[in-house]
Design a protein around this ligand. Structure first.
Ligand SMILES: Nc1ncnc2c1ncn2[C@@H]1O[C@H](COP(=O)(O)OP(=O)(O)OP(=O)(O)O)[C@@H](O)[C@H]1O
Length: 237
């Protein structure tokens, strides 16, 4: 692997007395697209939350661009260049698309919003619509576009395709591909849509009981029905 942007070693984390992540170890290379797969409850969302500092880490170490960030706050991690789009879609429902984007701008020039519109043309068409008036797919686009305005070098996407119709999923994936091409940003994508995630990603890790149990190139895993059956419980077609 080329230089890792993220190095996670022996991460143990959970909620109250429950341990969810069990010595989780993984690395993400700069600019890499990594799919994170696994059954319901395997610990995928908890991993992303722990990386963002939203779940307390009991032991282990998270290194981002060579710096130990294990003890940093979510805000400090975002400032260092970690972006996160939670499953809940992180937008202000009462604000318009454009106001939502402006709120994610920090000190970026106005042209940054136009870059977001270039990536997601549908958002440009909806720029005056309130968050509540957007479809699920449009809300997801807005959520990702907002996170990108912070200029992260690694973005964590938690089930971005969840609940979306196939055509909208394709549109979103095309935008993600364009995002990867234009920005060279590293991406960790957690998905139940295994087939689509593996077509987008270069490499995949499979989690089970809060630890990485399998790792493979995405184009090899997509044909490895035995591993997918065993660890994810879904056969892709
Ligand atoms: N806030 C919470 N408090 C207590 N337990 C939680 C909390 N969030 C998740 N868990 C538990 O942690 C375990 C891992 O959940 P997590 O959401 O990380 O799994 P996942 O792999 O993302 O699954 P899914 O695909 O269903 O989202 C599950 O047993 C879940 O019930």
């Amino acid at each position: 692997m080329s230089t890792p942007i993220l190095k996670v070693a022996g991460l143990v984390a959970g909620y109250g007395p429950t341990t969810v992540l069990n010595e989780l170890t993984l690395q993400v290379a700069a600019g890499e697209r990594l799919a994170m797969l696994g059954r319901n409850g395997a610990g995928k969302s908890t991993t992303l939350r722990a990386l963002m500092g939203l779940v307390r880490v009991r032991s282990g170490r998270i290194e981002f661009e060579g710096e130990d960030i294990t003890a940093l706050s979510p805000h400090q991690r975002a400032h260092r260049g970690l972006g996160y789009v939670p499953q809940t879609r992180d937008i202000f429902p009462s604000l318009s698309v454009e106001e939502n984007l402006a709120a994610g701008m920090k000190h970026r020039p106005r042209s940054a919003i136009d870059e977001a519109y270039a990536l997601f043309p549908r958002l440009a068409e909806r720029r005056r619509n309130a968050g509540t008036q957007l479809s699920g797919g449009e809300q997801q686009m807005l959520s990702v576009a907002r996170a990108l305005l912070g200029q992260p070098r690694l973005i964590l996407l938690d089930e971005p395709l969840e609940g979306l119709a196939p055509l909208i999923r394709q549109e979103l994936l095309r935008a993600f591909q364009e995002m990867s091409r234009q920005t060279g940003i590293a991406v960790v994508i957690v998905e139940q849509q295994v087939d689509e995630a593996l077509r987008y990603a270069e490499r995949a890790v499979i989690l089970d009981h809060g630890t990485v149990v399998h790792e493979a190139a995405a184009d090899a895993l997509i044909h490895d029905t035995e591993a997918l059956d065993r660890w994810v419980g879904i056969a892709v077609h």
